[in-house]
Design a protein around this ligand. Structure first.
Ligand code: AMP
Length: 409
């Protein structure tokens, strides 16, 4: 199916072509016609599924540029600064050539440029809830003309304690508006919220809830916690580990690990919520450009971030919230590419592994031969390994995948 069938206008078809998109992704096929028809929408889509374009393209099409004073007519809320910046960039890409104006509003940077943009007038605002609230309280933001409201990564908004901010923001929106809610997972709290803020929503799901992307080859390394670092270095020394995102449980562990890797001459940077926004932006830019091969992150980077060609996601620590696993590994295999996800699991993390496997409804293959095998690793029972889709990734993976087996316990 081509984009032509989606009733996008000529300017947007050109934009889509320039972006190199040959056909719409599943969520785009299902969501774009409904949004253009004016429906409220709940989108349940996996990370990397192309959901930003699924809402940004129709919004850009429906926002006729207006002359004179510009009220905010489209508001997108996102949970993290990086994601807000990224969505804003996507809007920029799709609205190039039109006179639509936009601003991204998030904390950690000076507010003045954001205030200046608001005062000049913008059509589209992409914001994190905290800073937006702040600017609303100072009288710089009026939302009474908003026609399109998007709540992206709604489940994460709730997890991050944004729910009250989000509710206060929604109170300031006009009743007559089109609302779109996107969430990779649909916990009860999100379903409850959606009942309150959406009117007769159409539900579109690109994939079953909380399943992992098929093109990601996932495996588990059972390892003692004290050997995790050595195992990581062993993996990173492989030339196939070109762009690796490593997740740790805490900010402190992310910092320490990045330092230790640098000491071992493996260029790495850390990204987490205690870093200044400029340090976060720099670390991300270095990683995106390939200057640092390894980015060590907390879950702040697990959501939404779109970094091309991440070859590996490595869970140095398993997340205690199973949904985070889905989001973390979704940083690789973006938009149909293949990817590799390794998870280190020490004895104390076995329960997290069980929860993750229950959520994704599959058992993750175990690497049964590696130099740092945990003495308490479970005995093997062979199963066919899930192969990465692309040959190049398959070759990469082979080097250190070892024999894959499942646990019997
Ligand atoms: P998202 O899920 O919105 O973060 O998108 C993930 C990545 O997919 C981004 O790099 C998009 O530019 C890309 N993308 C979005 N739509 C398409 C498409 N139809 N074809 C190819 N890539 C796409």
């Amino acid at each position: 199916m081509s984009f032509h069938k989606l009733e996008l206008n000529k300017a947007l078809l050109r934009v889509v072509k320039r972006a190199g998109y040959s056909e719409p992704t599943a969520i785009q096929k299902r969501a774009i016609p409904q949004i253009l028809r004016g429906c409220d929408l709940i989108g349940c889509a996996q990370t990397g599924s192309g959901k930003t374009a699924a809402f940004a393209l129709p919004i850009v099409q429906m926002l006729d540029p207006v002359a004179g004073r510009r009220p905010i007519r489209a508001l997108v809320l996102a949970p993290t600064r990086e994601l807000a910046a990224q969505i804003d960039e996507e809007f920029g890409k799709f609205s190039r050539g039109s006179s639509l104006r936009r601003v991204a509003i998030f904390g950690g940077v000076g507010q003045q440029p954001q205030v200046d943009a608001l005062q000049r007038g913008v059509d589209i605002v992409v914001a994190t809830p905290g800073r937006l609230q702040d600017l609303m309280n100072q009288g710089f933001v009026r939302l009474d003309q908003v026609e399109f409201f998007v709540l992206d990564e709604a489940d994460r908004m709730l997890d991050m304690g944004f729910i009250n901010d989000v509710k206060r923001i929604i109170e300031r929106l006009p009743e007559a508006r089109q609302t779109m809610l996107f969430s990779a997972t649909m916990p009860q709290a999100v379903q409850d919220l959606s009942k309150r803020i959406l009117k007769k929503p159409v539900k579109v799901a690109a994939n079953p809830q909380a399943t992992t992307v098929d093109t990601i080859a996932q495996s588990i390394y059972f390892v003692e916690s004290g050997d995790k670092r050595a195992l990581l270095k062993h993996i990173l020394r492989d030339p196939a580990s070109e762009r690796v995102l490593v997740f740790t449980r805490t900010k402190h562990r992310a910092n320490n690990l990045a330092k230790q890797l640098n000491r071992a001459r493996i260029p790495a940077e850390a990204i987490h919520g205690n870093k200044s926004q400029s340090a976060r932006t720099r670390a991300l830019a270095q990683f995106k450009s390939g200057r640092t091969a390894v980015l060590v992150a907390t879950d702040i980077a697990a959501r939404g971030l779109d970094i091309d060609s991440v070859t590996h996601v490595i869970n140095f620590d398993l997340p205690n919230i199973p949904e985070s696993y889905v989001h973390r590994i979704g940083r690789t295999a973006r938009a149909g590419a293949a990817g590799i996800a390794y998870s280190f699991c020490d004895v104390s993390e076995r329960k997290y592994l069980r929860d993750i496997e229950a959520l994704i409804r599959e058992r993750i293959a175990v690497v049964s031969e590696h130099p740092y095998m945990s003495a308490v690793a479970a005995p093997p029972e062979p199963v066919p390994a899930k192969k990465p889709a692309r040959e190049s990734h398959r070759r990469r993976a082979r080097h250190f995948r070892g024999r894959r087996q499942t646990r019997s316990a």
